[in-house]
Design a protein around this ligand. Structure first.
Ligand code: TRP
Length: 350
């Protein structure tokens, strides 16, 4: 059975966009592959070295994944920080990673630019310049620079061949493949397969945000969380941006309205969707009614998940057990690879 690895950054609660963008594919993958899903708590240190209660945020994510249906009997669900072998592999990969190639990755440049307080408008090359500028009192951590090597280690420690990720991870995945290849050629072995990206977005639905712009996201402040209760969902949906309504029959829907319809397509029945679509096309649409329906249908979708989240979170023993079993299974797989790696480089294997 082929191995799949994917990491989830522990940044707050899961929202509808996460569910339809990623979790739904995970549910399918766990039926077909040897899956390792982990919470990337080490990675969160690259931008937040002093996290506020990192264990709690990891537990929240763990409970929410379980509530969505990730089955610890089928997939290995674990915390990155519970599998220390990854850190050792990260060390070896860093020895063969170039500072230049790491500095040239787009996500490093973006984040470094922010951390060094460089204005977006400044030309390229400013990141490098400021990093070497002794008078800039801001600094960028080596951990941020080596984010891609840690990600590569996460993946190849289990010799994964498939990695479900969003399109924004393309460059990190390219680096992971490069580091896997480089290990093989440096030591003249064929230990690591090249992990292929598996883009979920072709099949996954991009859930739009409620403010009418772009996609749903925590940082965008337009998200509906799986744990939101009916009242909260209602309030959020009713606040969604709309317009004055179409003036001509069969008009093209502007983005904010198209987004509401997309949401409806995801959570509502075909009848409800068609009903409002027809109303729109006849210029008889009442957005208030549509939003009420949408809020109701989102609530209907979220309610059972919310219930399971609360239930799982209240069961400390169960959570601890899931985390322990996941850690053990992941450790077993990681230790096997690391033993080979140590042997290949010339260290005592265990
Ligand atoms: N970088 C990924 C993200 O931002 C998270 C991640 C860390 C990951 N390690 C990984 C994803 C390994 C896939 C495989 O979403």
């Amino acid at each position: 059975m082929e191995t799949v690895v994917s990491g989830i950054r522990p940044t707050g609660n899961l929202h509808l966009g996460n569910y339809f963008g990623a979790i739904k594919s995970f549910l399918k993958l766990q039926e077909e592959f040897n899956c390792f899903f982990f919470i990337a708590d080490w990675h969160s240190l690259t931008t937040h070295p002093h996290p506020d209660n990192i264990r709690n945020s990891a537990r929240t994510i763990l409970a929410e994944y379980l509530a969505c249906g990730i089955d610890p009997e089928k997939a290995t669900l674990y915390l990155q920080s519970d599998v220390r072998e990854t850190a050792e592999l990260y060390l070896y990969l860093n020895m063969n990673a170039g500072i230049g190639e790491l500095m040239r990755t787009a996500s490093f440049k973006d984040k470094a630019r922010k951390q060094m307080h460089i204005a977006d408008a400044e030309s390229d090359g400013s990141v490098e310049k400021e990093i070497f500028n002794e008078n800039n009192k801001h600094s960028v951590s080596a951990g941020l620079l080596t984010y891609p090597t840690l990600m590569a280690a996460d993946i190849i420690i289990h010799k994964a061949v498939k990695v479900p990720v969003g399109k924004d991870q393309e460059q990190n995945m390219e680096m992971a493949r490069r580091f896997a290849r480089r290990f093989n050629t440096t030591y003249g072995v064929d230990l690591f397969p090249e992990p292929a990206s598996f883009y979920m977005s072709d099949k996954a639905v991009k859930v739009p945000g409620l403010d009418g712009s772009g996609k749903m996201g925590k940082s965008e402040g337009n998200a509906i969380y799986l744990v939101d209760d009916e009242k909260t969902i209602h309030k959020k949906v009713m606040k969604a941006v709309t317009d004055a309504g179409p003036k001509e029959p069969n008009s093209k829907k502007p983005e904010v309205i198209a987004n509401l319809f997309t949401m409806m397509e995801i959570v509502s029945s075909k009848e409800a969707y068609n009903f409002f679509d027809e109303k729109y096309n006849n210029c008889e649409i009442r957005y208030g009614d549509m939003k009420k329906q949408l809020a109701e249908d989102i609530s209907k979708f979220c309610a059972p998940i919310r219930e399971r989240i609360l239930d799982i979170q209240s069961n400390e023993d169960y959570m601890a057990k899931v985390a322990r079993i996941g850690a053990e299974k992941a450790h077993e797989s990681a230790a096997k690879t690391l033993k080979e790696v140590r042997q290949i480089i010339g260290f005592r294997p265990e």
